[in-house]
Design a protein around this ligand. Structure first.
Ligand code: PLP
Length: 471
């Protein structure tokens, strides 16, 4: 027998033991410290081992608990970054997807998977008001943004065959744009100096009049307007740019309109009126691993025109050419995507979205929005704290002011120390943002496990940490 073959009774036992570990993990989540109490070097030392020459077999299972003990807890008091909460039914889907190991390149190597991915992409498009759009699942919002901007570049400044040459193509986005956009602009060879950051209003939305004025000026000097990137949920504050207004400007200047909806677009399920205009855009990224609570990884790019995707991504080698004429059997994701080998990401979505139903996800998103407002109200009521941005979605930016009288530099230093202390205390986890040079504590609620009492613990925790770090 091949040494990698595992007898089915041994596999059954492994699955049962791992199932117990998983169940205990999920049941105990709220009792766990939010981050390991050890620092990085110690965690590294505890987990470091040689690749054993002989297999450890079942002894490996208890060691999974070591990994868990030194991981971030996926509980309702994690408010850092923009991170979903790994709905467990979806995790079961991921296990099945790995066992099936379909390579979702094209129908011929993954028949059911292609049908299911095309269907869930359709559900996602419908959910955000983009019925008729096509697309594919990606590793996340960053790769979806890269793909969206690659399509924009090829549509407006075709360069796949001869390069951009001396032509100057410009991408416009707000000052609050996510770092994946400058990265994409750099990777596409457009040059980050040609990413034009447009100022935002007091609520951190791109100012359309500034955009229009800047585009006129640039066009007069002969540059090519490649794309406008609207944010549907900026990473810092969740500000949603006016997509309708930006679509008019994009049309006026002949630019592609891409929406970075990685954080916020899926909130359209609960707030359809807040997100008008998605149907007008050329491409939009969204992240089911954020606001559909799916385990990593699961992003998505939707686009209006599949032919534009094929013009950008189709470089089919002879060995991969599809030789059938039935439309679905001839379909190949690699003709419309960066990726060739692709995991069966759609299975977790298919299982989780059908298991719980659409209404459950709508309610979960609504809860997050209500929780964020509840936190904002608690901050406003506490005179030692200051809310630093409107709460449009579920990101809450605030800072500790204390009794007043501190300079901006002192406040920034103090709030940095408070953030470190809050996270060291291990009861909840916050991250940070900087808004107009003010260092903020930032809580982002994208978590089906968060309770009212988790939210209510944030203000006392911050005040408690502030008391500890102040001299
Ligand atoms: C607004 C925005 N865009 C893009 C991304 C990148 O998404 P991902 O981490 O899935 O690559 C994020 C991540 O937080 C985001 O908040």
């Amino acid at each position: 027998m091949n040494p990698l073959e595992i007898p089915s009774d041994e596999l059954r036992q492994l699955l049962e033991e791992v199932t117990n570990v998983v169940l205990r993990y999920v049941e105990d989540l709220n009792a766990q410290a939010i981050m390991p109490m050890m620092g990085g070097p110690e965690v590294d030392r505890v987990l470091r081992s040689e690749w054993p020459k002989e297999g450890l077999k079942g002894q490996i299972v208890p060691q999974i608990n070591e990994v868990i003990r030194h991981s971030r807890a996926q509980n309702g008091r994690f408010f850092g970054y923009v991170l979903g909460s790994a709905e467990p039914v979806a995790a079961v889907g991921d296990l099945v997807a790995s066992v099936l190991n379909q390579n979702v390149t094209a129908w011929r190597s993954s028949p059911a998977a292609v049908s299911i991915e095309k269907m869930v992409v359709e559900w996602l498009a419908q959910a955000i008001g983009c019925t008729g759009f096509q697309g594919s699942l990606t590793g996340g919002g960053s790769s979806a943004n890269l793909m969206g901007l690659a399509m924009a570049r090829e549509a407006k400044l075709p360069a796949n065959s001869q390069g951009v040459g001396g032509r100057r193509g410009i991408v416009y986005a707000s000052e609050e744009v996510h770092m994946s956009i400058p990265k994409s602009v750099a990777l596409l060879g457009l040059g980050t100096e040609n990413l034009c950051l447009i100022p935002t209003d007091e609520a951190f939305h791109m100012i359309p009049e500034e955009l229009d004025r800047t585009m006129r000026r640039d066009q007069a000097s002969g540059s090519v307007p490649v794309a406008i990137v609207a944010s549907a949920g900026t990473v810092n504050t969740g500000a949603v740019d006016s997509v309708v207004e930006l679509s008019r400007i994009a049309r006026r200047h002949g630019a592609w309109l891409h929406v970075d909806g990685a954080y916020g677009a899926l909130a359209a399920l609960a707030l359809p009126n807040r997100f008008s205009g998605f149907e007008l855009v050329d491409s939009i990224s969204l992240d089911p691993h954020k606001w559909l609570y799916q385990p990593l990884d699961c992003g998505c790019l939707l686009y209006r025109d599949a032919a534009a995707a094929r013009r950008t991504f189709s470089h089919t080698g002879e060995y991969a050419r599809v030789l059938t004429s039935a439309p679905i059997e001839g379909f190949a994701f690699f003709e419309e995507s960066l990726e060739l080998s692709r995991r069966f990401r759609a299975l977790k979505l298919w299982l989780s979205l059908r298991y719980h139903g659409r209404e459950a996800f709508r309610q979960a998103i609504k809860h997050d929005l209500i929780h964020a407002r509840r936190l904002a109200e608690a901050i406003v009521e506490q005179p030692e704290l200051q809310l630093l941005a409107p709460v449009e979605l579920s990101a809450v930016c605030f800072r500790y002011l204390g009794k007043g009288g501190l300079s901006e530099t002192e406040l920034n230093r103090l709030n940095r120390a408070i953030l470190k202390r809050v996270n060291e205390r291990g009861r909840l986890y916050l991250s940070n943002a900087t808004l107009r040079a003010k260092f903020c504590l930032r809580a982002c609620v994208l978590n089906h496990r968060t309770s009212d009492s988790d939210i209510d613990s944030i203000v006392p925790e911050v005040i408690g940490a502030a008391r500890e770090v102040q001299p």
